[in-house]
Design a protein around this ligand. Structure first.
Ligand code: KG4
Ligand code: ZN
Length: 347
């Protein structure tokens, strides 16, 4: 089955064609990051306008890159949440119209579940069904959560951030350090030259059960507002001058505090012989990838990292999860509307 995937939940306009949930025939991602950079974050009005303008061309480019005719597409899959309402609406409207025009089924996909699926978009990865149940970490600009998946339609939330997402911690920290937007890539690069033990930034913890989301174990939840505030005070008390040689040490220490929390929570849910899947924009981080590999080897766990091209927002993961049997189909999909605050557990 060949699925066309469409993704427009935030600031990437993307379309992809994926065969049988694994074989990525084409994947086009148009990032809007340059348009939002002057504002230091995503501006919803700019994002949706850009999606409306670019999506038709991005979809056709994906079809041509795959060398397919429209008649060879078996289904149309689209992100319906979570994300920016007006941006999601552009993708959902396009997908509904295309599905109707092609007389093919529409499959409505939860973006967070698709991030969980993203490491399986490769012939080197085992088939998704063969490693269930699995644990997954989704780390992006908007989300940080730990999940257990029993099937392509069953995802149980184990923990999530109670304040900022890990990607936000990278972005806000980089902003305080004057490193520009988005912060993740530049922090990753600058940290390579620094000593991660130079500054003792706090490792956030969620102590009280009532601070964690309903029914969640606080030990599996994340908190990133404290480390960001600690950086703010550190820079106030020990300002960095231009070209300050201490910059790399501060950046490496800050990054390590963010990553330590992710590693700690993963370690708590790992079981020997189990599988840990990791996706989302922050999973591009080279130090996080190395620390996860070290942890998995030490604990006898099979680690499945998304390929770099499938970490940040993309449409291959949307088409992939649809091809693996995920999402809403039939009458439910035809009636679906965008859900900006869609929970990880809802199909
Ligand atoms: O998955 P994504 O494209 O967007 C959301 O769905 O939210 O992730 C974007 C986030 C940004 O916060 C960005 O700073 C972060 O991923 N990011 C990184 C790296 N590359 C991107 N964070 C740490 N290290 C990186 N190399
Ligand atoms: Zn995402």
């Amino acid at each position: 089955m060949i699925v066309l995937g469409i993704e427009s939940s935030c600031d990437e306009t993307a379309a992809a064609l994926v065969r049988d949930g694994r074989d990525v025939l084409s994947s086009v991602i148009l990032s809007q990051v340059d348009l939002h950079r002057p504002y230091g974050g995503v501006v919803p009005e700019i994002a949706s306008r850009q999606h409306s303008e670019m999506l038709p061309g991005v979809i056709d480019r994906a079809r041509r890159d795959a060398g397919l005719e429209w008649g060879q597409v078996d289904a149309v899959a689209v992100t319906y949440g979570p994300g920016l309402a007006s941006s999601l609406l552009v993708g959902l409207s396009a997908a509904k119209a295309l599905a109707m025009r092609l007389a093919r089924p529409l499959i409505a996909i939860n973006h967070l579940q698709a991030h969980v699926y993203s490491p399986f978009l490769s012939s080197e990865a085992p088939p998704f069904e063969s490693v269930l149940p699995l644990m997954a970490l989704v780390v992006s600009g908007g989300h940080t959560c730990l999940v257990r998946s029993e099937s392509a339609t069953r995802f149980t939330l184990l923990g999530e951030t109670i304040d900022d997402a890990a990607g936000e911690a990278f972005d806000k920290g980089a902003n305080l350090l004057g490193l520009g937007y988005p912060g993740g890539p530049v922090v990753d690069r600058v940290a390579k030259g620094g000593n991660a033990a130079a500054v003792a930034f706090p490792r956030g913890r969620v102590r009280r059960p009532r601070d964690a989301g309903a029914g969640l174990n606080p030990d599996l939840c994340f908190s990133y507002s404290g480390v960001k505030t600690a950086l703010l005070y550190h820079l106030r008390d020990q300002p960095l001058g231009p070209d300050d040689p201490r910059l790399a040490d501060v950046v490496a220490s800050y990054q390590e505090a963010i990553i330590d929390q992710l590693i700690d929570r993963c370690e708590r849910v790992m079981t020997v012989g189990g599988v840990l899947a990791v996706g989302g924009g922050v999973s591009l981080n080279s130090r996080l990838r190395a620390r996860l590999q070290e942890l998995a080897a030490r604990r006898g766990v099979r680690l499945l990292l998304a390929k770099p091209s499938h970490c940040a927002d993309n449409a291959a993961m949307i088409a992939g999860l649809a091809g693996a049997g995920g999402g809403q189909r039939g009458a439910a999909a035809a009636a679906v509307d965008v859900v900006p605050a869609l929970a990880m557990t809802t199909n």
